[in-house]
Ligand binder design. Structure first.
Ligand code: ATP
Ligand code: MG
Length: 390
């Protein structure tokens, strides 16, 4: 009895004529996730892939890796046997004993794609159910609310039997929806925003605004660690660390203190947009969230947004903080985000930042600065690091 991993994909099947493109991207992502597990084979079935060729002892580990691949709906370890009923029965008993040895109530769910098979689905289920009942003392049938299910899929010449379905992240395969420039701070929100767009198939580059000596190298390192976690979901990330000190100091010295944050944010957007265009990113991406802080009121976002020519995606805009925290914990960024190193925003935050900035006033403040020269110098002193797998 051989074992394979049955991998189901979700939404891709809705994609009509573009389906082969999405499937190709998913296979690429599967191969990246399975690196180091031997020469895997990926066979295409309807709405699913059959994965084999890995070291059997590492099946669980490989499944865990596949459960992090965007576009994967779920995976199951499945026994593969010939489609003869004798073999199906024996495999069903063996798999159930091995995986559901604790017993309980169960139901057999059978499907057959071979319509010439001597038994129909109901008959296969009844037949297999009886064999499992005979072979195990501690099980009983419950078709309405079973403790576990035994799945039998009979195809042309093979049958697949499994009892476990592990959920994947869903979404779309990475690289199927373009690339975004993520404004990545060391906070809780922006890494979650990055994850959410990656899950929709978007690859990332990231930009961090670094203000040494007001912010420390540890804060910078923290951002690198966050980028590393994000990249572990399937793509390397180029992190641009932009030297932001001079801009912040210029704003601080020359402009009305109440406008510091909004002016800073407009600089961030200008620079991020420039990097996005160079890297062929179709949008900017932030962890902004309505009402969280002064720079995230509707008026403040309007003023920040006004200098952008490309879309700015803010996937967290309507989330509650506790929902974002839950997500951050789930994706593995939370513990890094709460390390206590200041980011550049906290250093220069004024006592009474405006919550309803007026565009006219912002433009008056900006006239006090040589915006182009400041941006050029900030970019000159920037560095780019490639984070994560190649
Ligand atoms: P986060 O938890 O993501 O830091 P926040 O709640 O602290 O967000 P702000 O500090 O107002 O909110 O920042 C809003 C967004 O602006 C962040 O989510 C991030 O996308 C971007 N941002 C803020 N500071 C930086 C920085 N130093 N480098 C890069 N992006 C930044
Ligand atoms: Mg922040």
């Amino acid at each position: 009895m051989d074992s394979i991993i049955l991998l189901r994909y979700g939404e891709i099947h809705l994609k009509g004529l573009n389906r082969p493109f999405f499937e190709h991207k998913l296979v690429q992502a599967i191969r990246v996730a399975a690196r180091g597990f031997g020469r895997i084979e990926v066979e295409h079935g309807q709405g699913r892939f059959f994965i084999s060729g890995y070291e059997p002892a590492r099946q669980e580990e490989l499944m865990a890796a596949l459960c992090r691949v965007f576009g994967v709906h779920s995976v199951s370890p499945a026994a593969v046997v010939g489609s003869d009923m004798q073999e199906v029965r024996a495999a069903a008993v063996e798999v159930t004993k091995a995986e559901q040895g604790q017993g309980g109530s169960f139901k057999v769910e059978a499907r057959r794609s071979n319509k010439h098979y001597p038994l129909n689905s109901m008959e296969i289920a009844a037949d297999v159910g009886e064999c499992v009942l005979d072979a195990m003392d501690n099980v009983r049938v419950n078709v309405h609310d079973p403790d576990f299910r035994v799945y039998v899929e009979v195809r042309a010449e093979r049958a697949f039997i499994y009892t476990r379905i592990l959920p994947g992240p869903g979404g779309m395969p990475l690289g199927s929806a373009g690339k975004a420039m993520l404004l990545l701070s060391g906070g809780i929100d922006s890494p979650v925003a990055g994850y959410m767009l990656m899950r929709r198939g978007v690859e990332l580059e990231a930009v961090y605004f670094n203000s040494p000596p007001h912010t420390t190298e540890r804060a910078h390192l923290k951002v690198k660690k966050l980028a590393e976690v994000l990249s572990s979901y399937g793509c390397p990330i180029r992190l641009h660390s932009v030297y932001f000190t001079e801009i912040q100091e210029a704003i601080y010295e020359r402009c009305d203190g109440d406008y510091t944050v909004i002016l800073m944010r407009r600089f961030m957007m200008r620079i991020a947009q420039r990097l996005a265009q160079e890297a062929e990113c179709g949008c900017l991406l932030t962890g902004e969230n309505l009402g969280q802080v002064a720079s995230q009121t509707m008026q403040a976002i309007t003023v920040t947004n006004a200098i952008c020519d490309i879309p700015v995606f803010r996937p967290l805009i309507a989330y509650d903080k506790n929902e974002i925290v839950d997500k951050a914990q789930q994706i593995g960024t939370y513990d890094i985000s709460i390390e206590p190193y200041e980011d550049c925003c906290t250093v220069f935050v004024p006592k009474h930042p405006v919550t309803k900035p007026r565009m006219k006033a912002v433009l008056i403040e900006e006239r006090k600065l040589d915006i182009d020269a400041l941006i050029e110098r900030a970019l000159e002193k920037s560095e780019t690091t490639l984070i994560g797998l190649e």
